[in-house]
Design a binder for this molecule. Structure first.
Ligand code: ADP
Length: 644
């Protein structure tokens, strides 16, 4: 329990450590790590991500390209055999005859018109070998082909030569772009004319409008014939050479339309695909060019994939990676911080534990030392006590011996004197008897009797001193006891000149005790008072007794013996009740009277003390209890001794 205070202190000692800020070098290292990670992982990663995004764009572009090419091929394939079919018709053969009558031309016109409507093609017309158109599906429209000469068109020349004519270009009459098929009209091996079928390409472009790519179809000279953007029609990817310009002019493919370069510039390549930069008023865009040739048609279909979304995706992914790296670094920092703090806390706890254990050990050692010291002191005290006891018993022993010696001296004095006197009186008595002087001899023998009587008295006193206290107490009347004591006292008073005054109040005055012993006490006290007045003419002794105020049941009675002698010197008052203490000379006092009296009064349950009398002298005061109700009177037989 005594170490509880230390334990309670622990958290408060730890508290400052918990608030300790994270060390700066660790943050620096983490920052460096984050930068390194960004440099090593994120930057190359960004390249990779960009490549992946561009690859995705490429694959989407390839799909778009495949669809566009397939669409074009499908559309052309739908019409490519139809001119041959039409050329086999008799009415067409009739119409191309040089002398064909107007009704057959009219019939051909109507037929072509009907077929053109059914097929959904742009125009169908028939030309004579000189290139002049004799019948056309648009015969009934504002600018019919009839009468016009298309002999310069390659589809005509190729068909006239017996082959299949194909051509694309701008219609010289309609001003509409189209794809032309040509087929010869035969009679046997002879070619009578040519049937041409034109399809409109506008409808094909409608499906190409999309947000992230553009589609352009270029001719062998790099001139844009078809495009998802109208503005790009007849633009060129590169400035045209003179040779190319001459070729275009010969076929009147674009019929004098200005061929201006498009605002596209080369911007490198990606995995074999050209990258083009388009500069417009709205801004700059970058495209990846995916191309497929259609050799039969003389076209190159180009899909221009906008790389912006791919690059944005790469940047987004890069930023996400950077964020991930940042978060990972932060997470690592938090983890390291937590781990560091935990480590510090554990360390502190270990230190506190060690400190505590150290203190416990220290205090235990101190306690052990204290215990050992205490055990040593206890042993020392015991030894001292034993020594004291030994000394005490030695003192008691020597006190006893001293008392015995004192008593022996007193007794030998008390007995030797009378014995010497006895011998003298006996010798004298014998001498008087020898001389026949009987009266003198008798007197001496009388003195011998007196001395014997005195020695008996001394012997009785000693026997009383050795008696055991009688426990049988009873009610004693002070008046009666005093009356008996007076017989002894009167004898003692004779010739002293001391005046005795007695005031015991009205009888009876009951006290608890034994009559003979109380009488002995009174005799002792009065005798001592008379002794103290020796040689004084005005000696006076007052014996008084009275019940204390309110002394009924359980009360007390006070008896005083007062003299006007010299009193008891202050230094002696404590010693006068000791056995064998006396100021009287050897042979006169044994020093046992007060000691015996004191013991008797104590036996009665009372008290005996000495005080100074008001006018000088000593006042001995006996205080005795009043006997209990029903207490029997004390009998003489209870006590086996007489007065001292
Ligand atoms: P003893 O009378 O044999 O000396 P006590 O025991 O009776 O023995 O008294 C002891 C001593 O007390 C006396 O020697 C005396 O010096 C002193 N003493 C007793 N009574 C008185 C008294 N009334 N006045 C003065 N001294 C007294």
């Amino acid at each position: 329990m005594r170490y509880q205070g230390d334990m309670v202190d622990l958290p408060t000692r730890l508290a400052p450590a918990a608030l300790r800020p994270l060390r700066l070098p660790r943050w620096g290292a983490l920052l460096l790590l984050a930068v390194l990670l960004a440099a090593v992982v994120v930057v190359p990663g960004r390249e990779r991500l960009a490549r992946v995004a561009l690859q995705e764009a490429e694959s989407r572009g390839q799909n778009t390209l495949r669809l566009a090419v397939a669409g074009l091929r499908g559309e052309l394939a739908r019409f490519e055999r139809l001119p041959q079919l039409i050329a086999q018709q008799d009415r067409i053969a009739e119409a191309v005859r040089p002398d064909a009558p107007p009704p057959s031309l009219d019939l051909a016109n109507r037929y072509l018109n009907e077929v053109n409507r059914l097929l959904g093609s742009s125009d169908i017309y028939v030309m004579r070998p000189d290139g002049r158109t004799v019948a056309a599906s648009n015969f009934n429209q504002p600018a019919p082909f009839n009468g016009q000469n298309f002999g310069y068109r390659p589809y005509f020349t190729e068909a006239l030569a017996g082959g299949e004519g194909r051509f694309f270009g701008l219609g010289t009459t309609s001003r509409k772009r189209g794809y032309y098929f040509g087929a010869p009209v035969r009679r046997g091996a002879e070619v009578l004319g040519v049937v041409a079928l034109k399809i409109d390409v506008d409808a094909l472009e409608d499906a190409w409008r999309a947000a992230d790519y553009e589609i352009i179809v270029t001719d062998p000279q790099g001139i844009v014939f078809m495009a998802s953007r109208l503005a790009w029609h007849f633009g060129t990817l590169a400035p045209l050479s003179a040779e190319a310009q001459a070729e275009v002019a010969a076929t009147r493919r674009y019929d004098g339309n200005p061929l201006t370069p498009l605002p596209l510039t080369a911007a490198g390549a990606f995995q074999g695909h050209d990258l083009l930069r388009l500069t417009e008023a709205e801004g700059t865009r970058e495209f990846m060019v995916l191309s497929e040739d259609m050799p039969r048609e003389g076209w190159t279909v180009n899909v221009l994939m906008d790389t912006a979304s791919a690059r944005a995706q790469a940047w987004t992914s890069t930023l996400a990676s950077l964020l991930a790296v940042g978060l990972a670094t932060l997470g690592l920092a938090v983890y390291l911080q937590r781990r560091g703090r935990m480590h510090e806390r554990l360390q502190m706890q270990r230190e506190a534990q060690a400190q505590l254990e150290h203190r416990v050990a220290e205090r235990t050692r101190e306690l052990d030392e204290l215990n050992a010291r205490l055990r040593g002191e206890v042993a020392e005290r015991r030894a001292t006590e034993a020594e004291l006891r030994r000394t005490h018993s030695r003192l008691i022993q020597s006190g006893k011996l001293a008392a015995l010696g004192q008593m022996s001296a007193a007794l030998s004095h008390e007995f030797n004197q009378p014995l010497g006197a006895l011998r003298n009186f006996a010798d004298n008595a014998l001498a008087y008897i020898d001389r026949g002087r009987v009266p003198e001899a008798r007197e001496n023998i009388g003195r011998i009797q007196g001395l014997v009587e005195r020695m008996s008295g001394i012997s009785r006193t000693l026997r009383n001193f050795a008696r055991k206290p009688n426990r049988h107490l009873g009610a004693v009347d002070v008046h009666a006891v005093w009356a008996d004591a007076c017989e002894v006292i009167d004898w003692r008073l004779r010739g002293t000149g001391v005046a005795l005054e007695v005031d015991l109040g009205p009888p009876p005055l009951q006290v608890q005790g034994g009559p003979v012993r109380l009488q002995q006490v009174l005799v002792n006290l009065v005798t001592n008072a008379i002794d103290s007045l020796e040689g004084r003419a005005d000696g006076r002794v007052l014996v008084a007794a009275a019940a204390e105020a309110g002394a009924e049941l359980g009360g007390r009675v006070r008896i005083t013996v007062t003299d006007n002698g010299p009193g008891v010197a202050p230094g002696l008052a404590e010693r006068i009740f000791d056995p064998f203490f006396t100021t009287k000379g050897v042979g006169r006092g044994l020093g046992l009277g007060l000691s015996i009296s004191y013991n008797i009064v104590k036996d009665f349950g009372g008290d005996l003390r000495v005080t100074d009398a008001p006018g000088g002298g000593a006042c001995f005061e006996i205080v005795l209890p009043v006997p209990a109700v029903g207490c029997l009177p004390a009998e003489e037989g209870d006590e086996d001794m007489g007065a001292a």
